[in-house]
Structures are given as structure tokens and as C-alpha cells.
Design a protein around this ligand. Structure first.
Ligand SMILES: Cc1ncc(COP(=O)(O)O)c(C=O)c1O
Length: 400
């Protein structure tokens, strides 16, 4: 199917249902879940040949597994990538994408507005191993250019960012990276593979927390790294094989099922998010609404050039700061309080005290995260119920 699909250039929604499927001799319709650690070899000679890479076949599920391989193949077809490796979580993917291609003496340039754990990897972990890092304002191309050194190997960014929903110019940043002899790694979690295709704008590697929209129903952790065959083979494959952050076959099966409905979910959640952003922007209790496809978004033109939808997240500043934001969130009944995102259930979080609480107030301010900011991940509920819920929350915030 994978080869047929590639030849016939099936469209993404079809690939997401059929792509990458390999069937056992039973001809099962739903993808099989191969819950096995290891694989039996018919002979010692066959074992030797597989270990030497002279014969195809599975060896051990830390290296590869048939269910995980189906997930990787389906992700490749969706993303237009030559190769992929799945990981136990999104953070395992981000960490491997950096550590596997860097060594002491190298230099990384990253946009400052990163998810808290991604920022930890770049700001704290890499320097422990002799990798220098420079953080820049991702929207300012001059800062990317000026940060380049002769040791620069990797540029790293998220776009849209978490939680400020800033949008960065992927093509221009990729060009700066390539002129410097560096690679661009994009964490595409907020855009989802449905709304933004970073390889088309020059990215060399794309990483996902599959935990988010790819699962889409809040069940399993997972991650995935996509790149050219050469890059995966030369740096990522052996790093993952030896260090072991493998995706479990069970989680890969859940992710495969998630991919089948990804286009439907992302389209519906994006439509609802856009309506909610328009509703929030008109409320007197809201000081600022951030949504990439709204005209008042600072990078609205760029967002429309590089994304096919504004995404499933809306961030907003509540008038009255932290106390009012807490009153609003505590009064919600349909929308749940959680730092997760991309779930079928709508989730709200207060970044300053959760995902970004580790940062100093100054660092948060530099990322545009105020005490009144809430980040809403829009789910699959009826959008009018979500708007009613937010209206009740706003009334509670205003009561003081
Ligand atoms: C942008 C971004 N990257 C990476 C991650 C990490 O993913 P995971 O929780 O699957 O490790 C998250 C969320 O947790 C995220 O929001």
C-alpha cells in the first residue's frame, strides 16, 4: 500500500486511513498491534545477517517494531518526508533531534518563545555538554542572522509558538540557516501536519509531540522525528537505537488510529477556534486576543502564507490579571483546566503558573506571557456550548 499510495499520489486524508499499512498473513483490516519485545530468527545465519544489516527484518523493539513502523510510514506520507522515527514522547523527539546531531563546541540558535521543556533542552541541557546556545526573537530575521557563528549547526523554533501564537517566517529562517551551513529543526506541534508543511519552506527536520493532535483524544504519549533518509540514518537512527526512548507498539497503534481522523478533527477544531477568537476579541473583559488568522494578529499575512488554517489554539489576556484569569477558568464547566492541548476535550491553562512557571517574570514578559494570559486548546464540543461556557467565565471574572 505504501508504495502504491506514493506512486498514485493519494491525497492526505486517504493516506491517513490507508498509508503505511502492512498486513500479517491473517489479512486483518485494522492495523495489527505487535506487542512483542523481540523477534524469532529462523536460523543463526539469519540473525547474523539481520544484525549486519544484510537482510531486512525486525530485531528488537527498541530498534524498530512493525506497528511503530506503520506509524512512521504513515507520518512520512503525510509530511512528505523520506524517513521518520517515532519516540516515547514529544520531548524525547526534541531531545534526540538536538543531541543526535550536535557535539561539544557546536552552537545552536533558537527562538526564545519555546515550550518550557524545549527551552530547558536548549538553554540548560545543551550547554552541560559543551554546546553553546543563543536565544533570539524569532520574528526578527536580523537577530537570526546576527546570532550565526562559524560553529552554528542547528536553528530551532516552534511556529506558532506556545503560548503566544507568534508565527515565524520559516522560508527566510531556513535560508539564513542554510547560508550558515546549519540545519533548521521545526517543532510543528501547534500548527499540526494538516495546517503547515515545514519541509516545503526549507526545514531539514520536523518534530512532533504526537501526544497532542495526532493522538487527539488525550490517551498516549508519543513523538516523531521526520527528515531525509540520509539525516535519519546518519544521526537519529543510531542515537535512538542505543539510548532507547522507543515508542511502545500500543501507543503507535493508538497514534495510527488517531491519524485516521486527524483531518476531520483539526478542521473542526480550527473552525471552532476561529469563532471563539472572534467572540473573545469583542468582550470588554478581554484585553487582547491572539489567533494567527485574525487580521489583528501581528503576523497575520505571514500566517496565511504559510498555514492553511489558524490552528486549534487561542490565547487571550484577561482584564484584571491573574486573579481574574483564575476566576474565569475556575467558573468553566465544559472546558477543563489542563496544560495539555490538541485533545477532543477543550482545555484551558494559565501559562504563567503552569507550563512557563519555571521562567523569571522578565523572561515571561519577553515572551509576551502576562499574568492575565490564558491559553485555550479548542476541542470537538459544540462551539456554542464553548462560547456559552466562556461567557459564564467572563461574567465570573468581572464579578471580582
Ligand atoms: C510545542 C511543544 N513541543 C513539545 C512538547 C512535548 O511533548 P510531550 O509532552 O509529548 O513530551 C509539547 C507539549 O508538551 C509542546 O507543546
Amino acid at each position: 500500500m505504501a508504495a502504491d499510495a506514493a506512486r498514485r499520489k493519494l491525497r492526505p486524508a486517504t493516506q491517513l486511513v490507508h498509508g503505511g499499512t502492512t498486513r500479517s498473513s491473517f489479512g486483518e483490516m485494522s492495523e495489527a498491534m505487535f506487542l512483542t519485545q523481540s523477534f524469532a530468527y529462523p536460523t543463526m545465519e539469519a540473525a547474523e545477517a539481520r544484525f549486519k544489516g544484510e537482510e531486512p527484518g525486525f530485531i528488537y523493539s527498541r530498534f524498530s517494531n512493525p506497528t511503530v513502523a506503520m506509524f512512521e510510514q504513515r507520518m512520512c506520507l503525510l509530511e512528505g518526508a523520506e524517513a521518520a522515527r517515532a519516540t516515547a514522547s514529544g520531548m524525547a523527539a526534541v531531545t534526540a533531534s538536538m543531541l543526535a546531531q550536535l557535539r561539544a563546541g557546536d552552537h545552536v540558535v533558537a527562538a526564545r518563545a519555546l515550550f518550557g521543556s524545549c527551552l530547558f533542552i536548549v538553554e540548560n541541557l545543551l550547554p552541560q555538554f559543551g554546546v553553546a546556545t543563543t536565544l533570539v526573537d524569532g520574528a526578527d530575521l536580523t537577530q537570526w542572522k546576527n546570532a550565526v557563528r562559524k560553529e552554528t549547526r542547528v536553528f530551532f523554533l516552534e511556529s506558532p509558538t506556545n503560548p503566544g501564537l507568534e508565527v515565524y517566517d520559516l522560508q527566510s529562517i531556513a535560508d539564513i540557516a542554510h547560508n550558515a551551513g546549519a540545519r533548521l529543526v521545526v517543532d510543528n506541534v501547534f500548527a499540526t501536519p494538516m495546517l503547515q508543511r515545514p519541509f516545503e519552506f526549507g526545514a531539514d527536520m520536523v518534530v512532533y509531540s504526537a501526544t497532542k493532535h495526532i493522538d487527539g483524544q488525550g490517551r498516549c504519549l508519543g513523538g516523531v522525528i521526520l527528515a531525509s533518509q540520509a539525516l535519519i540514518e546518519e544521526s537519529i537512527h543510531n542515537f535512538l537505537r542505543q539510548t532507547g526512548p522507543a515508542m511502545s507498539p500500543f501507543n503507535a497503534w493508538v497514534m495510527l488510529k488517531g491519524l485516521e481522523t486527524l483531518p476531520l478533527r483539526v478542521a473542526r477544531q480550527t473552525e471552532s477556534a476561529s469563532k471563539i477568537a472572534d467572540f473573545l476579541a469583542e468582550q470588554i473583559g478581554i484585553a487582547r486576543t491572539l489567533y494567527p488568522f485574525r487580521k489583528d494578529h501581528p503576523q497575520a499575512t505571514l500566517a496565511r502564507r504559510q498555514m492553511t488554517g489558524g490552528g486549534t489554539l487561542v490565547s487571550f489576556d484577561v482584564v484584571g490579571g491573574k486573579a481574574a484569569a483564575f476566576r474565569l477558568a475556575n467558573a468553566l464547566e465544559v472546558i477543563k483546566i489542563s496544560n495539555n492541548l490538541g485533545d477532543a476535550k477543550s482545555l484551558i491553562t494559565h501559562p504563567a503558573t503552569t507550563t512557563h512557571q519555571r521562567l523569571t517574570p522578565e523572561a515571561r514578559a519577553a515572551m509576551g506571557i502576562g499574568d492575565g494570559m490564558l491559553r485555550l486548546s479548542v476541542g470537538l464540543e459544540d462551539v456554542d456550548d464553548l462560547i456559552d461556557d466562556l461567557a459564564a467565565g467572563l461574567a465570573a471574572a468581572a464579578r471580582g
